[in-house]
Ligand binder design. Structure first.
Ligand code: PMP
Length: 426
């Protein structure tokens, strides 16, 4: 049994010793002391179904024995910066990762986070093209260092630091966007930005395939193929941010596959290490060459413990058929959520793919008025019923359901039943 400090004691210390910027969604925040597969346990041993997976991070499940064993064994053998020496843990993982990517995307640079991966990807694109201008999408999230904060396009995540050279294109949001589901029409804005906001050439276009922090927004069909064409003609590279949508979560291995495109650079983090700090930029040998102009150094990037975890994750995804599971269970969950939408006016939209799903709450379906308070209330009540989900979207009115990929149909049913019960009592 747990004998550590209570949630109240931790909260008091957190207020005194930790940054005031950190947030929690619940009226009384949860003190999680253990995780097993798709479950979390609080200080009293109460079990919760984890429908958020550490923000789409835990893909194999909490405490997966294969991943834990890989981390422990490698830690015992060697943990070091492997920038200066050789070690097979790094090359084994890089080779395995390359086998999961299409075409000539095979050269990896390892980092410690998604932010670092996107910073590096943007720098590589700028070096390769000799251009500074980058296009990203409104409502996107790409990180919190100055370059990636510039690429991020939601005011709540932006501070007043210099964020130069990023233009934000109209978001191809099928629910709230002006062109509905017509991806090609939205892509015209990318051309307009190039025509009227740049010299005619750009370094890169960066986007998520399904916006995570932005509230599980699936880009309108046909958008990425059209945008990629336009960007390529302007000499730019296409960067796919797979930090949330990668590693089998959408039922595809990569989110960009849902739009049938092939990026020039892919960035990843979160699910790549099942919760261990690891990120990566993968690109072609030709593009990767630009980093030989100078020395790109990252002390912990690609350390053997994290890359051993990464390799174990790839093996678990394969062995346990987690990609198929994300598709099958995710489709069932989405069907059930859509049935809830028919039952409750409050649900304005259900969207996403695989186990990356969103439910948007609105007080008026015509006006699409964000039901912000209701969203918080339902989340809080679902927690009381033993189910944890996330939330996001610019207005904070979208549930984000991104559980560990070992989620079962029964788990999906339990989650929807808890949501149904809570909505029925409002
Ligand atoms: N890209 C996307 C799509 C993300 O969701 C996030 C994190 N929410 C990041 C990049 C940044 O990753 P990190 O927090 O590991 O720096």
């Amino acid at each position: 049994a747990y004998t550590g400090p209570s949630g109240d004691e931790i909260l008091a210390k957190r207020k005194e010793y930790l940054s005031p910027s950190i947030l929690h969604f619940y009226k009384s925040p949860l003190n999680v002391v253990e995780g097993r597969r798709q479950y979390l346990f609080d200080e009293n041993g109460r079990r919760y179904l984890d429908g958020f997976g550490g923000i789409a991070t835990v893909c194999c499940g909490h405490g997966h024995p294969d991943v834990v064993a890989a981390i422990v064994e490698q830690t015992k053998r060697l943990q070091h910066s492997t920038v200066l020496y050789l070690n097979h843990a790094v090359t084994d993982f890089a080779e395995a990762l390359a086998s999961k990517l299409p075409g000539n995307l095979k050269v990896a640079f390892f980092t410690n986070s998604g932010t670092e991966a996107n910073e590096l990807a943007m720098m590589i694109a700028r070096l390769y093209t000799g251009c500074h201008d980058i296009i990203s999408l409104r409502n996107s999230y790409h990180g919190n260092a100055s370059g990636t904060m510039g690429a991020t396009a939601q005011s709540i995540w932006k501070f007043n630091v210099v964020q130069s050279g990023v233009h934000h294109a109209v978001n191809p949001d099928p629910y709230r966007g002006v062109f509905g589901s017509d991806g090609k029409k939205y892509a015209r804005d990318v051309q307009e930005i190039i025509n009227f906001g740049t010299s005619g050439n750009v370094a890169a276009f960066i986007s998520e395939a399904i916006q995570g922090v932005g509230g599980i927004v699936e880009l309108a069909p046909g958008y990425l193929p059209a945008a990629y064409d336009i960007v390529k003609k302007a000499g730019g590279l296409c960067i796919a941010d797979e930090v949330q949508s990668g590693f089998a979560r959408t039922g595809h291995f990569w989110g960009f596959e849902t739009q049938g495109v092939q990026p020039d650079i892919v960035t990843m983090a979160k699910g790549i290490g099942n919760g261990i700090p690891l990120g990566a930029v993968v690109t072609t040998p030709e593009i990767a060459k630009v980093l030989t102009h100078r020395s790109y150094f990252n002390t912990f990037g690609g350390n053997p413990v994290c890359t051993a975890a990464g390799l174990a994750v790839l093996k678990v995804i394969e062995k346990e058929k987690l990609q198929e599971n994300a598709f099958v269970v995710g489709s069932h969950l989405k069907d059930r959520l859509n049935a809830l939408k028919d039952k409750y006016e409050l649900i304005g939209d259900v969207r996403g793919k695989g186990l990356m799903l969103g439910v948007e709450l609105v007080t008026d379906r015509e006006l699409k008025t964000p039901a912000k308070d209701e969203t918080l209330h339902v989340m809080d009540q679902m927690k009381e019923l033993g189910v944890l989900i996330g939330k996001g979207g610019y207005y904070g009115n979208v549930f984000r359901i991104t559980p560990p990929l070992c989620f079962t149909k029964e788990d999906a049913d339990f989650l929807v039943d808890a949501m149904d019960y809570t909505l029925s009592r409002m």
